[in-house]
Design a protein around this ligand. Structure first.
Ligand code: ATP
Length: 302
């Protein structure tokens, strides 16, 4: 099946500055694709090119089989977007705003159903200007969905949301996947990408520096884990069994062991501690998080 988004050798220069320096991307139908990168990495530039709002310097771009630079209104009907800047009309109620926008589409979604989808039932008759920041963002998501698009661009959709509103938004986004929609998500929240994305691409300095599933991005699945604990008073790290002493890393009160086979080494440690009747009450096993991997990938790029 043809990918929903296909990008080859995309470049965008602003004068002498190259904001996007030759990237390749592919997004399959029905997938939630997360696009991560530090401030100024080139995310918005790329997304706006894919949305047909910005022209490009070079490269091939196909979105739903069409070059967005030459796309017409029928293509636009198939694409929804939640931009960083709110697009809601402050003088209109939530319902009026959705009614207005639904008029732009050939086959809009049901208005009440869309209001319910983003959890704004109680604010349906409230004017945009009187919504909280998080509620306005939910209205933005509703506006992006009202045309029942096949592909939805969500640019930092949960910025400013409280934790419970974020969970609600995640359910909405997961619901889109169940409806068979394709979602192109830009976010700065690693937990959001981890929770939602089928695949992640990381851009830094205008280049894709890694691509993969949340679990395997940047070699995360093969990275070392750490086992850490505090030894009871009077017991030194030099008393640990030999196979664990070789894994010691760092200094300080807390002992840290770095290992690629954490399960085996936790067992060795437990055998040793139980045998000596030592209680390691703060024992912790930590595997690299998506944030660890992300920071590793992006901090090494200028
Ligand atoms: P953020 O996470 O802060 O939203 P981003 O990854 O979306 O960042 P872009 O907005 O794509 O980054 O910007 C990429 C680079 O291009 C930045 O260095 C920015 O200053 C520059 N840039 C963006 N738009 C323009 C413009 N219209 N003219 C000149 N430079 C621009």
């Amino acid at each position: 099946m043809e990918p929903v988004v296909s990008v080859r050798g995309l470049r965008k220069s602003y004068g002498p500055f190259e904001a996007v320096a030759g990237i390749d991307l592919e997004v399959e139908r029905g997938e939630i694709f997360a696009f991560l990168g530090p401030n100024g990495a080139g995310k918005t530039t790329t997304v706006e090119i894919l949305e047909g709002f910005r022209d490009r310097t070079a490269g091939e771009v196909s979105v739903l089989g069409v070059d967005p630079a030459h796309a017409g209104s029928s293509w636009r009907n198939r694409v929804g977007a939640v931009l960083q800047e709110s697009s809601a009309e402050p003088g209109f109620t939530v319902r009026e705003c959705l009614q207005l926008y639904s008029g732009y589409y050939l086959e809009p979604r049901d208005i009440d159903e869309t209001i319910a989808l983003v959890g704004l039932e109680e604010k349906a008759e409230t004017k945009g200007a009187q919504l909280s920041g998080g509620q306005r963002r939910r209205l933005d998501v509703a506006l992006a969905l009202i045309g029942d698009p096949e592909l939805i661009f969500l640019d930092e959709p949960t910025t400013g949301f409280d934790p419970s509103a974020r969970r609600t938004a995640w359910h909405v986004i997961e619901g889109l996947r169940q409806l068979g929609k394709t979602v192109f998500l830009t976010t700065h929240y690693m937990d959001e990408a981890e929770h939602l994305a089928d695949r992640i691409a990381v851009i830094a300095g205008g280049r894709i520096v890694a691509e993969g599933t949340p679990g395997s991005l940047g070699g995360r699945n093969t990275m070392a884990a750490t086992i850490s604990f505090t030894l009871p008073e009077g017991v030194g790290a030099d008393e640990l069994p030999e196979e664990l002493r070789g894994l010691l890393s760092g200094a300080g009160e807390r002992v840290t062991l770095t290992t690629h086979t954490p399960l085996i080494h936790v067992r060795d440690l437990a055998d040793w501690a139980i045998g000596r009747e030592l209680d390691l009450s703060d024992l912790a096993l930590r595997r690299p998080t998506l944030e660890d991997v992300y920071l590793n990938l992006t901090e090494s790029t200028p």
